[in-house]
Design a protein around this ligand. Structure first.
Ligand code: CA
Length: 287
């Protein structure tokens, strides 16, 4: 995706047509004030998620030959606590992010982080610093909002935004509902909710005059882009009656067979019992 860069002096740092934008403050301030400044004018203090973003940010910030440099949005409250990014609570720390011999937690109270923008070997590296010191601040302005991705979740990336679509929707902004195959049944017509055949729409079939429906008249377009069930069949009345009659005859045959077999089995059992009844009186004589 192509993007353009517009450099604006005296406030906003840069603006891209897609993806977030980076900005910086015109004056130094302590870390707490710096974050408030970012939240007031933009979205928040910068969050860096990988080395590529780190390098990109440094390439946009004005060079400084000495302190103060720029606050970035990573901090901790106690000595042994994990460094955490304020914007998204991530704990990403690149293997080469810290400057030489940093973080040194000098005087045991360096809980905020600055990024060097000089031209030396530490350019783009981090240093833990006392939060009350005054530095410029680096902010970002998010491009994601609640509506940009339509039916999906928006994710900020360095040069773009990415939409993760809800099930049943597609497109780069999740603007398109998944479509089901066209409906066409012989001797039938149908109407669909909202006039389309996309995810969540239900279509109702009716048969042409002289035809009888076999099956459910409704089908719904599902998340997968498939219809919820088989489409109904419209048979002519004559064929439908023959089908019903055929089914009835088959049922009757089954009933007759079942009854005949049951009766035969009962008769056989009765025949087997007769010899036993004849021999049983002898036991009374012996007693
Ligand atoms: Ca330090």
């Amino acid at each position: 995706m192509k993007w353009t860069l517009i450099l604006l002096l005296g406030g906003p740092l840069a603006e891209t047509t897609l993806g977030w934008t980076y900005h910086y403050s015109p004056t130094p301030m302590n870390w707490t004030q710096a974050r408030q400044w970012c939240q007031t004018h933009y979205t928040d203090m910068v969050v860096i998620q990988n080395q590529k973003e780190n390098d990109y940010l440094v390439s946009l910030l004005p060079n400084k030959t000495k302190s103060p440099y720029y606050w970035i949005g990573i901090t901790k409250n106690h000595k042994n606590e994990t460094w955490t990014w304020v914007g998204n609570n991530s704990t990403w720390i690149g293997e080469q992010s810290w400057a030489t011999n940093e973080p040194n937690n000098n005087f045991s109270n360096e809980f905020c982080v600055e990024i060097y923008t000089n031209s030396g070997e530490n350019r783009g590296k981090w240093n833990d610093e006392k939060c009350i010191n005054k530095k410029y601040t680096a902010c970002y302005k998010a491009q994601c909002n609640t509506t940009i991705c339509g039916r999906g979740r928006c994710e900020e990336t360095i040069e773009n935004i990415k939409c993760h679509c809800d099930p049943g929707f597609k497109g780069d902004r999740c603007q398109t509902a998944v479509e089901c195959p066209p409906l066409s049944q012989p001797n039938a017509y149908h109407n669909c909710t909202e006039g389309n055949q996309t995810f969540n729409s239900t279509c109702h079939f009716k048969c042409n005059p002289g035809f009888l429906m076999i099956g459910s008249p409704n089908v719904t377009c599902e998340i997968t882009g498939a219809w919820s069930g088989p489409r109904p069949i419209c048979e002519s009345y004559k064929q439908a009656l023959l089908a019903v009659a055929g089914c009835g005859a088959l049922t009757a045959c089954c009933c007759i067979c079942f009854c005949w077999m049951k009766r035969r089995k009962r008769k056989k059992l009765a025949q087997e019992r007769q010899p036993e009844e004849v021999t049983s009186p002898s036991s009374e004589v012996q007693g």
